[in-house]
Design a protein around this ligand. Structure first.
Ligand code: FAD
Ligand code: NAP
Length: 338
């Protein structure tokens, strides 16, 4: 296996940050991955496992090994009257996998159309959109443990999935290389259209009888109209998570800000729209050199051209401090910082 040295990571992250990796290697099988990890030259170096690079902010040269996951393949491994179980290579592009499911009438991830990145990264933050999270269809995954190179299976209950969270994002960060994910998709769809603008988009499309293909089409339309395309302007999607606060605190804030946006969730809590607070605090469209806050979607930080990772990180610090001062709520970053 070739391990390259001093490789620019600019083409490998959607923020378009120009830093270098000390070592860089690609793998497309589990064997190849294990061989790379056995190489004495990289022993003890930090590891960055890379999919599509759409949820990372690189703030410095990476003084370790960047491992680019290119394991392909979609395999039907089990089927019953209601479900199919698909084992998917971690390097498969997420949206291509969604398209595969749509073509085969496998339901469950149509609301997650057009999310950038790889299948292998999808459990990392339990990707979600429009009222669906992958934990709803996740069966298990296989990962190689960096410490002993053994393959380990994690089932749904092992992954500590939460809102844009999992065990891989925190406790086990950079320890396990996810090599495949097995999903349990539904043969009989359960439509989820009550979220955001989906129903409106379906009405506008004049759909007489709803199906998963139409839902995906509606989601793609909304996303294409709202979200900045990383090919046109560097970004990693939502930079911050929507904070969850007790209902009583939310009601208190409502006195001062009657138009504050929040959604009730379990446990007498409310999920507050971070984008609304950032916009209210005046950051939407803000730009400092090439680091900025997007002009249409305040939750998204952008690279207007030659921003450094540190300048985008510094901007995020200012936003966090300002939102905290104004609303008493501390924003947490969703993007993984390296
Ligand atoms: P990367 O950015 O390459 O990696 C992200 C993290 O996962 C890193 O810490 C990395 O080390 C780790 N990782 C990657 N692959 C593996 C692996 N095989 N094994 C172990 N660890 C791994 N996210 C949502 O949840 N919902 C959305 O609707 C959404 N919309 C987005 C829209 C835009 C325009 C953009 C740019 C991003 C959006 N995102 C969204 C964020 C992002 O697409 C997802 O988090 C996606 O899952 C990241 O995949 P990736 O392959 O690019 O991961
Ligand atoms: P939106 O529809 O304008 O809604 C704004 C926020 O309010 C969203 O973040 C969403 O929270 C929440 N929300 C809206 N309707 C809700 C409902 N019925 N119940 C509970 N919460 C509701 O958001 P958007 O920016 O256009 O994004 C649409 C979807 O795509 C969202 O699910 C969003 O998370 C996802 N998305 C994610 C990223 C990313 O990088 N993570 C980037 C773009 C879009 P949630 O975020 O919790 O869903």
């Amino acid at each position: 296996m070739t391990i390259q040295e001093n490789i620019s990571l600019k083409p490998f992250n959607t923020f378009g940050i120009d830093v270098a990796a000390k070592y860089f290697a690609r793998f497309d099988t589990v064997d190849a991955l294990q061989q790379i990890l056995q190489n004495p030259a990289i022993k003890g170096y930090p590891l960055l496992i890379l999919g599509g690079g759409s949820n990372i902010l690189l703030t410095a040269n990476f003084e370790g090994l960047v491992l680019k996951n290119e394991i392909e393949g979609i395999e039907l491994i089990q089927e019953d009257a209601e479900h199919v179980f698909l084992k998917v290579g971690a390097g498969v592009n997420w949206h291509q996998f969604v398209l595969y499911c749509l073509a085969h009438d496998y339901a469950g991830i149509e609301n997650l159309a057009l999310i950038p990145g790889s299948v292998g990264a999808s459990p990392m933050q339990n990707i979600g959109a429009y009222g669906v999270e992958i934990k709803d269809v996740f069966h298990s995954l296989e990962a190689v443990n960096r410490a002993d190179l053994n393959t380990v299976v994690f089932y749904n209950e092992d992954c500590a999935f939460g809102y844009r969270e999992s065990i891989f994002k925190n406790k086990c960060r950079d320890q396990f290389v996810i090599t495949s994910v097995t999903f349990r998709l539904n043969k009989v769809p359960e439509f989820k259209t009550n979220y955001g603008a989906i129903q409106q988009a379906l009405d506008d499309m004049g759909v007489p009888k709803i199906n998963i293909q139409d839902i995906a089409k509606a989601v793609m339309q909304i996303r294409n109209s709202k979200l900045p395309n990383p090919k046109e302007i560097g970004n990693a999607g939502s930079f911050f998570k929507n904070p969850e606060i007790p209902l009583a605190d939310f009601e208190f804030l409502q006195h001062a800000y009657p138009d504050i946006v929040g959604y009730p969730i379990a446990g007498n809590m409310v999920k507050v729209a971070a984008g609304w607070m950032i916009e209210k605090a005046g950051w939407k469209g803000y730009r400092e050199d090439d680091a900025g806050c997007h002009s249409k979607q305040a939750l998204v930080l952008v690279n207007h051209g030659h921003a450094t990772g540190t300048s985008i990180f510094a901007l995020s610090e200012k936003i966090i401090a300002d939102v905290h001062q104004q609303f008493g709520i501390y924003l947490h970053r969703e993007v993984n910082i390296y």
